[in-house]
Design a protein. Structure first.
Length: 128
């Protein structure tokens, strides 16, 4: 293992939740104001993920007071305290940039991906 690989492994965030474009997430971000730090949640739809390893980033879009707001977060940054996956969305694209042109509810409406549950097995008599 080279020295570069050792440094990058040390900077990786261990518990990365599995989320994809189309998922609704809440990102808790540490904000430093003067000598105080506080945590501010940013909630929206993941519209893109790019990069690998330490350089990986993801873009979250939300509509705040009728104005679309996008924020790009480095996935392994120490300013991110936690990432919660609120809903899993079902989309057919890796980049959801087409949501930028939508207005109102259409800008945030994405079909929800339901977790597949196995149907209960019913035993039938052998002769039927």
């Amino acid at each position: 293992m080279s020295a570069i690989e050792k440094v990058t492994r040390a900077q990786l965030r261990a518990p990365v939740p599995g989320f994809r474009p189309g998922d609704s997430v809440r990102v808790h971000v540490k904000i430093k104001e003067g000598d105080k730090t506080r945590v501010q949640p940013f909630e929206g739809v993941v519209i893109a993920r790019r990069g690998r390893a330490v350089q990986e980033t993801f873009t979250v879009r939300k509509v705040s007071f009728g104005i679309g707001v996008e924020r790009i977060f480095p996935l392994h940054s120490p300013i991110i305290e936690s990432i919660e996956v609120l809903r899993s969305g079902r989309v057919r694209r890796a980049k959801l940039y087409y949501l930028r042109g939508k207005k109102g509810k259409k800008a945030t409406r994405i079909k929800e991906a339901f977790a597949e549950t196995a149907a209960p097995e019913v035993e039938t008599p052998a002769g039927q």
